[in-house]
Design a binder for this molecule. Structure first.
Ligand SMILES: [Zn+2]
Length: 107
């Protein structure tokens, strides 16, 4: 399909998405809190008060991957995860427009 056949709405959605992909960081994954025992002999975690540790989890080709997220990275990684979801939603919107074009046989 030629670009001139795109509606203003579609053009705007596409250029916004391009802008976001160019300028922001994004990552696919889910942030999950795990509870850990640290191994220090007198630590409260031995009595059951385990330490929270944040992980970024994702699966790729059926294989689960996880990455420990240090406290100072938490805010940043949360933003990147949110950004990925936002991109996915925007991509889905454009896909819906194209789905419609096929349905209406718009050439
Ligand atoms: Zn401990």
């Amino acid at each position: 399909m030629h670009r001139s056949k795109m509606s203003v709405e579609e053009r705007n959605k596409r250029s916004r998405l391009t802008q976001i992909i160019h300028s922001r960081e994004f990552v696919r994954g889910t942030l999950t809190m795990r509870w850990k025992v640290c191994g220090r002999p007198n630590c409260k975690c031995i009595q059951g008060q385990k330490h929270p540790a944040l992980y970024l989890v994702h699966s790729k080709d059926g294989c689960k991957k996880q990455l420990y997220i240090p406290k100072r990275w938490e805010g940043k990684v949360r933003e990147w995860v949110e950004q990925y979801k936002d991109i996915q939603e925007r991509l889905e919107e454009i896909s819906c427009i194209c789905w419609d074009k096929i349905w209406k046989r718009e050439e």
